[in-house]
Design a protein around this ligand. Structure first.
Ligand code: NAD
Length: 346
């Protein structure tokens, strides 16, 4: 598999829209996706043209998207051509603090759209989610056209966000593009309070030789996607020629469908001692209202979406990368210990 940069560049060349002149603002850059998206964007457009912001942690710009004045001043100062708006409160956390979830996920996004119009930003990326679907959507191969009647505050805000995207496109000619992500799985960063977090945590537990307590039932299948695919697909989507974007309120972005027992079985092939206990909690109830698999044929047809990882290749990559990272961390700590001994002895 080639690098994200190679594949995005070749797809951009095909569509004739690859551009080196973007100035990009990313909100919520310290999250699971932002930590991987920002370096990919920097590689693509140059470090000086990508501005990473978050309300906390290490970010070049400290920015709370619910603070309208600070947000507008930042956008006016930076003059980005694109905003990747990742800042959000995720599903499991959102159910515990619905007021904050609404303020960040809807009002914060509304602030972004208003500031984008006021400051002549050309494009906004809005990451939506499979949580926009509720129990009345078909569970298998859920199409983009399925009803969006979600039962979580997270899903309700995201569904409203999708409609806002279409409205701003129509009323203000703002090129807002929306992808409905499934659970994103990667070795590069830690998840931040979503219902599918288990699908990353299970690999870390396995590599550390720990038993895993799974918050979802063994057979609770959900749509999943490799982080590498998600990042590549997102940049390809944002660079696709405007006439290829035919669904103003968003596209399903599919990878594969898997239940906790499927991940456990992949892990057990490599780590036969791996042990898992299923203790379904409130996250299992959230997952029960979501699709088990996505139909992403519209994205494939309209702008050429094509995932590269499946359950098997992603599981192998997760185990390999996490084990390598852990070995490197252990070697680093041993080196520091030896250096300290040498200093003490000197
Ligand atoms: N990770 C997934 O599996 C997944 C799936 C579907 C959709 N999404 C969407 O993708 C986006 C990124 O997800 P993620 O997994 O990286 O989320 P995350 O929870 O890991 O990170 C979100 C980031 O937003 C920041 N943030 C929260 N409130 C903020 C505010 N008021 N102002 C500025 N920053 C704020 C947090 O500090 C955090 O760094 C979100 O919009 C999420 O809804 C993610």
């Amino acid at each position: 598999m080639g690098s994200i940069r190679d594949s995005v560049i070749s797809s951009g060349q095909e569509s004739g829209t690859a551009t080196r002149t973007q100035r990009v603002l990313v909100t919520g850059c310290n999250g699971q996706i932002g930590q991987v998206l920002v370096p990919a964007l920097q590689e693509r457009y140059g470090k000086a043209n990508v501005f990473d912001s978050d309300m906390r942690g290490a970010a070049s710009i400290t920015l709370d998207v619910t603070d309208v004045a600070a947000l507008t001043a930042t956008i006016r100062r930076l003059q980005p051509t694109q905003i990747y708006h990742l800042a959000a409160v995720l599903s499991a956390t959102g159910e515990k603090d619905p007021v904050r979830a609404w303020q960040v996920n809807l009002n914060g996004y509304f602030n972004i759209l208003e500031a984008a119009v006021a400051c002549d930003v050309k494009q906004v990326f809005f990451p939506s989610t499979i949580a926009v679907y509720g129990p009345d959507a078909p569970r298998e191969a859920t199409p983009d056209s399925a009803p969006t009647r979600p039962t979580t505050i997270y899903g309700i805000a995201k569904a409203a966000g999708e409609n806002l995207a279409a409205w701003y496109r129509q009323k203000h000619d703002l090129d807002v593009r929306v992808l409905r992500y499934p659970g994103i799985i990667g070795w590069e960063s830690s998840p931040g309070g979503g219902t599918t977090d288990y699908a990353v945590e299970i690999f870390h537990a396995a590599v550390r030789g720990r038993a895993f307590r799974c918050p979802l039932g063994a057979d609770r299948a959900l749509p999943m996607l490799a982080m590498q695919d998600a990042i590549r697909g997102t940049i390809e989507f944002m660079e696709a020629a405007p006439e290829k974007i035919r669904q103003p309120s968003g596209y399903n972005l599919g990878g594969f469908s898997a239940a906790p027992a499927d991940f456990a079985s992949e892990i057990s092939r490599a780590i036969p001692d791996f042990s898992i206990e299923y203790v379904p909690d409130h996250r299992d109830a959230i997952a029960a209202s979501w699709p088990a698999g996505l139909d992403d044929s519209s994205a494939r047809r309209d702008w050429g979406w094509q995932p590269q990882y499946d359950l098997h290749t992603l599981s192998a990559a997760m185990l390999g990368h996490i084990a390598a990272d852990q070995a490197a961390a252990a070697a680093d700590s041993a080196f520091r210990g030896l250096s300290q001994v040498a200093v003490n002895a000197a």
